[in-house]
Design a binder for this molecule. Structure first.
Ligand SMILES: Cc1ncc(COP(=O)(O)O)c(C=O)c1O
Length: 425
């Protein structure tokens, strides 16, 4: 392998030596001008695993051939379909199997969790989030406050980052929690912040939040399948996430939810539906709701089987690749991206995401030094070269090498295209 990190043979040699290199062949990679895209948008919508189609077709065939009987026959019977994903999901987020459930969509699950876990008292009404939270989270939190008749101006605490580029030091998070300890009811914090790519120490945030007497929930949209997670040990009260990003389960895929086992038989209020009723008595069709212990007790409806089917293919890949190995590859790919930017694009691009690999996942958030218009121009130039990242207002290009399918060659292609663009200006 040549030491010239800008040479194609360097990138190729690193890819060839990678134990996970064959996983790329399990994906359908969109093409651009006769070649595969360099697709860095797995933090928005992950690519389609080739195995997804067979799982979807299995459901369609079962429906065609068995109709209602499909609920009760075979290993993939629809009555227990969500059980097929329970254990792999639990492994992925570091939970006990009964602490996780695949259901609904992310924002819907955040609401279901907050209905139960945001229970303001006279002394404790405040919800603490990061300033610049993903809009859906902010809308959800604010609407929960309004739902309880509370003015969000007084009860929504939005912690401002203390470091350049919108990054938080842990001291800043700790100070905000401690300063509001007496009035805090709940903290909702991201596993990985969507705009900056910063990853947080969730165990520490849960510890600080609990010490302040608050409930602690996490939005893991950008964390799941990206970072190693240990939700049970971290002690989070709840968490919710989607499966269409690093989990590659398809647009609008059924989402995931975690409820810590200490709340398995909680008497907190919840929004109920028949699928949350204890499975052993569900079909007695009685009038009284007896929640299933654990996360399953928050289910409302029988799950959309077609929406769950691709997740089986995806989780099978995660089980085979294993998260620790994926994380090793992810650190290498993202580190290579950082190295190339520092070596050849330092005059053009600032990296917003923390430099410490422990404080980031796959994504690097990039800001073009010459400002927003130049950033947009680079983003559009990349698209004309088949290099797909995404743009987050006001001025961030997000590039996320996904370790299941991106390669060092993809990363090099990005860096070369960005350099060509800068040289041509
Ligand atoms: C951090 C975060 N929260 C919430 C959402 C909203 O997800 P959904 O539309 O699946 O509810 C997203 C979507 O990308 C997200 O990135």
């Amino acid at each position: 392998m040549t030491d010239d990190i800008f040479s194609p043979s360097h990138a190729q040699a690193r890819d060839a030596a990678d134990p996970l290199r064959n996983f790329r062949d399990e994906f359908l990679i969109p093409r651009h001008a006769g070649q595969e895209q360099a697709y860095f948008c797995g933090n928005s919508l992950g690519l389609q695993p080739k195995g997804a189609r067979a799982h979807v077709e299995e459901v369609l065939d079962k429906w065609a051939n068995e109709a209602v009987e499909g609920h009760f026959t075979g290993q993939a019977q629809w009555m227990a379909y969500h059980e097929l994903v329970r254990e792999p999901l639990a492994r992925l987020v570091g939970a006990q199997p009964h602490e996780v459930v695949a259901m609904n969509s992310l924002t819907a699950n955040l609401h279901l969790m907050m209905i139960s876990f945001y229970q303001p008292t006279i002394e404790r009404t405040a919800i603490l989030v990061e300033a610049g939270a993903f809009p859906s989270d902010r809308y959800a939190v604010e609407s929960q406050l309004h739902f309880h008749g509370l003015p969000s101006k007084l009860t929504l605490i939005e912690v401002e980052p203390d470091l350049p580029g919108g990054i938080f030091s842990m001291e800043c998070v700790a100070r905000a929690i401690e300063a509001n300890a007496k009035r805090l009811c709940m903290i909702l914090w991201p596993g990985v912040q969507y705009r900056t790519g910063q990853a947080f120490d969730l165990a520490e945030i849960a510890r600080l939040g609990h010490a302040a007497g608050a409930i602690v929930g996490f939005d893991l949209a950008h964390g799941v399948g990206n970072m190693p997670l240990s939700l049970h040990d971290a002690g989070a009260d709840f968490a919710a996430w989607c499966h269409y990003k690093y989990l590659n389960a398809g647009p609008g895929a059924v989402a995931g939810c975690f409820v810590h086992e200490r709340h398995a038989t909680t008497t907190r209020p919840r929004l109920a539906g028949w699928w949350g009723n204890d499975a052993s008595v569900r079909f007695r069709m009685g009038p009284d709701f007896q929640p299933t212990p654990g996360a399953d007790g928050w289910q409302l409806s029988n799950p959309p089987i077609l929406g769950l089917a691709p997740l089986r293919a995806s989780l099978d890949q995660f089980d085979r690749a294993t998260l620790p190995a994926l994380r090793t590859r992810s650190i290498a790919l993202t580190g290579y991206l950082e190295q190339l930017i520092d070596a050849r694009l330092g005059d053009v691009i600032d990296i917003v995401t923390p430099r410490d690999p422990a404080q980031r996942g796959a994504q690097l958030s990039l800001r073009v030094k010459a400002g927003r218009d130049a950033g947009r121009a680079l983003f559009e130039h990349l698209a004309t070269q088949g290099i797909v990242g995404d743009w987050r207002e006001p001025d961030v290009i997000r590039i996320s090498p996904a370790p299941l399918y991106n390669t060092h060659a993809d990363v090099l292609r990005f860096a070369q295209a960005a350099r060509d663009w800068a040289d041509g200006r």
